[in-house]
Each structure stands twice: as C-alpha cells, then as structure tokens.
Design a protein around this ligand. Structure first.
Ligand code: AMP
Ligand code: MG
Length: 479
C-alpha cells in the first residue's frame, strides 16, 4: 500500500457542527520533505517507501487531498495553569480523516476558526522537536501520538525573529482531549456531552459497549491510562512542561510536544517550561497535575455520572495504578527481578542518593545496567560521590538475592534503560543544522529515537553528555 492511495473516512464529522469547523489547510510556499517515519507509516498499513511517493509532499502540505478526506479543525477548551481558558480548539492543526484506526492531522497548516491571535503556523524548530519526540516516545515504549512526516518550507513566520514554517503530519487513535468535554460543559451543551462520550467509547474504549454505568467505566479507563503514562514519563525522566487539560489526551497518551525536556541531572523539582513560574508542571509535580486534570474531567462529566462516584474511582485507581506501574518499571530498571520487601525502600534511598549526587539520570541507569561491583564507573560521573557510594554497597548486597546470572540481568536492564534520549542540547544541535538546510542530524536522531536501547556505535555522538551550561535549562513556549 502506498501513502497516496489511502482512503480516509471522517467519523468525527458525524457529530454536531459545534464540535468542529470544516476548514481547508493553507499550503506553505516551496515545501520540501525533511524526514519521514516508515515506522509510523506501518500503522496505516503502508509498506511502500514513503520517500518514493511523489504525492506525499502535496498531501502533507494540503495541496491535494487523499480520497475521502474532509478536512476540519476540532473545538475544545481547557484549564491552562489552573485557570479555565475558555474556547481554544485546533488553532493550527487540521484533521485529514481516519484510516486503520489512526486519525491523520497536519500541524502548522494554517488558520482555523480557533486560531485566536495566532497565525496557524508552526516553526521549523518546534516541528522538529515534535516530530522526533513523538517517534522517540514510541521508541521508549510509551503511549504517544505519532509523526509520519515533517516538511519544511520557505514561508516566513514571525516569532521573536523571522523563522520558517513547517508542518508535521501526526497520527493518533484519538485527538479528543479532556478539554473537548470541558468546552461542552462550560457552554452548557450538556446533551452534547453524552454524544461525545459515546463517540469516545466507540473510538477509544469499544470493549465497554453495552456495559452498565458505562460513563463511569469510561472515566475509570481514562484514569488508569493516564496514570500508566505518567508513571512511564517519571521512569524515563520526561518533563512534558504544559500539562494543561487541552493537552491531556482522552485515551491517556502523550500529546502536544512543546517545551518538554528530559532530566539531565536527577532533580525532582526541575521545571522545563520557562513560562511555568509557579512550577506547577515540575518533574515531580506531574503526578499531582494529572490527578488535578482528572478531577477537572470528573467535574466536567458530572451531568453523565455522579461526581462522588467518579471521585471514588479517581481515589481508588489513580495512585494505585501509578504506584503499581511505576514500581514495576523501576524494579526492571534496577535489575530486580525477584521480589523483596525491602525493594521499595531501596529505590527510595536510590532517589535520595541520585538527587544528592548531581548525576545524569539516563547515564546512571545505563551504567547500572553493566554494574558488576565496579562502583567507580558510576561514581566517576557524580559530582558528589558519597551518597551513591553507600547506596551501591546496599544494592550490591541486594543483587545477591537475584536468580538471574549477571549477564542475563545486564541484558534485560540494557533493554529497559535507554542509551539514547532526546536531550534538548542534542535536539538544538539538530535544529541549528536544519536552520542551515542540513537535515542529516534530524534523520540520524530519528534512527536512534526509534531504537533507543540499541548501541548504534556509529551514532554515539548523539548521546554525548550535556555540556554543563546546558544542563536542566528551561525552554520557552513560543513555537
Ligand atoms: P499549545 O500550547 O501548543 O498546546 O497551544 C494552545 C492553544 O493555542 C491551542 O488551541 C493551539 O491550537 C493554539 N495555538 C498555539 N500556537 C498557535 C498558532 N501559531 N496559531 C494559532 N493557534 C495556535
Ligand atoms: Mg496543545
């Protein structure tokens, strides 16, 4: 199957017009393909090389439409940094339609009814970040929207300086957000809430169809999925940066990559978003932020189910799912495959030691994956060696209870502790080159993003240590 032969449908357009605006993309000038992800294309059943498909560029650029494509922008609202922000909607993303359970969307494709003061465009640097990080998140095994293609152009876009417009073709099984429900509730469209809930059940939770208390069950699924994704973020050191309810996917996947960052040195209080002056979405704050967002969703859905019941679901499921998933991942990362009552205490002391050591989070686990009692390999990358020195002794003692041989343990650990993480300094290097029309590094990064646990010896420059001046820096939202 070829990309340009896909046949789309648009089930979202069966909803009432209040849910969307039918709008055509505004093509960019002199578009060119920067990168494509054959891995994402597989989701659509495409087996032919995307780069050989001469129509791909015009489709992503909105010049020609795939068969059956009816383009539209979705309407939603949201709480931004704790305040209700009113109607938002897709201000620069336009949906093309759905195939194989994936909704295709082009981000940066021009003005819509919901553009407010924006220009409907996305600049090259933010598009590179979103394109690569979507695929990297998938490579890490974390639920996410995907990215199939990135195109650049000659179109000038005004930000702090003039930049160039780009478009990312994104894929997701759903583009419904917590904020989509919030829009209907805030504007007292209560009957439409049920219409949307039924759509969401059909699209994202079809196995619930016909069950009793179906909306409460839908909510429970959203709570569980969200808790799982947040646990996965915390385990890899990912800081999303803008966990507003309009950036919370209804099926719990990671969505809308803006000023995100991976931890360099382990610091639970790290805030990647420059505009988040209160630290609402700090690294460790993400767990509570998702809970708060889920509570907002429960309030929003209260015309469909009793708020007290959804609160019970939230209390019962969120923390327990989070703790369960998080501890299971951490034990794997630490190479603890037998169970011991002291293991939770061991990882808690590990985090205290990491926070005191000033040590790169990713590098620590990669080195731990090869640990054979040789503490200096790890201690040599700490600023303050004392705490981890003590901890490594207790870890070494604990390893004696493991049944696996060290080699078997190492192999399993190397498969869960990534070598390649898209740190901002590396992304910035790729962006700087791309702005000089050299896209080689974007494509190199895509390769390691999709297989971050592999060695890729020829690409080791992509996992070099973060320069001191670039460690744990904040990013601005402007994109
Ligand atoms: P974000 O912070 O990217 O999640 O965006 C928040 C809201 O602002 C969403 O409704 C976006 O569609 C909208 N938005 C962001 N940038 C632009 C832009 N350049 N033009 C139009 N709308 C935008
Ligand atoms: Mg957004």
């Amino acid at each position: 199957m070829k990309f340009s032969n896909l046949k789309l449908s648009a089930p979202y357009l069966n909803l009432k017009p209040i849910f969307y605006e039918k709008v055509d993309p505004t093509p960019l000038h002199k578009p060119f393909v920067i990168s494509t992800s054959q891995s994402a294309a597989k989701l659509l059943g495409i087996d032919e090389d995307l780069d050989l498909d001469s129509k791909l560029i015009d489709i992503v650029n909105g010049k020609i439409k795939l068969e059956g494509s009816e383009t539209f922008a979705m309407c939603y609202a949201g709480h931004q940094f704790g305040q209700f922000a009113g109607r938002l909607g897709d201000g620069r993303a336009i949906n093309l339609g759905k195939v194989n359970g994936q909704n295709l969307q082009v981000k940066g494709a021009g003005l819509t009814l919901y553009s407010r003061h924006g220009d409907g465009r996305a600049v090259l640097r933010s598009s590179i970040r979103e394109y690569l990080m979507s695929e990297a998140m998938h490579g890490l095994g974390i639920k996410t929207t995907r990215a199939l293609a990135l195109i650049g152009s000659d179109t000038k876009v005004a930000r702090e300086k003039w930049e160039k417009g780009a478009i990312v073709l994104r894929l997701s099984p759903t583009w419904v957000r917590f904020g989509t429900f919030e829009y209907l509730n805030a504007y007292k469209e209560h009957d439409k809430l049920q219409e949307l809930a039924d759509y969401v059940i059909e699209e994202s939770f079809p196995y619930l169809t016909g069950s009793e208390d179906i909306y409460l069950k839908m909510y429970a699924e959203i709570v569980k999925n969200t808790a799982q994704t947040i646990a996965s973020w915390q385990s890899v050191g990912f800081n999303h940066g803008v966990m507003n309810t309009d950036n919370m996917s209804i099926d719990g996947r990671t969505i809308d990559y803006g000023p995100f960052a991976f931890l360099d040195n382990y610091d639970p209080h790290f805030v990647c978003n420059h505009t988040d002056t209160q630290g609402l979405y700090s690294f460790s704050g993400q767990v509570g932020a998702a809970h708060w967002n889920l509570d907002m969703l429960a309030r929003t859905l209260s015309p469909l189910m009793k708020y007290e019941l959804s609160e019970e679901v939230l209390d019962d499921l969120y923390r327990s799912t989070y703790e369960d998933v998080y501890s299971k991942i951490m034990f794997k990362k630490m190479g603890l495959f037998t169970q011991d009552n002291e293991d939770k205490a061991l990882y808690q002391t590990m985090f205290r030691a990491l926070a005191n050591a000033s040590i790169d989070y990713t590098e620590f686990f990669r080195k731990l994956s090869r640990f054979k009692g040789n503490k200096s390999d790890i201690l040599d990358i700490c600023i303050d060696r004392r705490h981890l020195d003590v901890w490594l002794d207790s870890y070494n003692e604990r390893l004696e209870k493991e049944i696996l041989s060290p080699d078997e343990r190492h192999e399993k650990m190397l498969a869960v502790n990534p070598k390649y993480i898209l740190k901002n300094h590396i992304l910035q290097e790729a962006i700087d080159k791309a702005e000089e029309d050299d896209f080689g590094m974007v494509n190199e990064l895509l390769k390691v993003a999709l297989a971050p646990f592999d060695e890729h010896l020829e690409l080791e420059h992509l996992c070099k240590a973060t320069p001191i001046e670039a460690k744990n820096i904040k990013l601005s939202c402007s994109s």
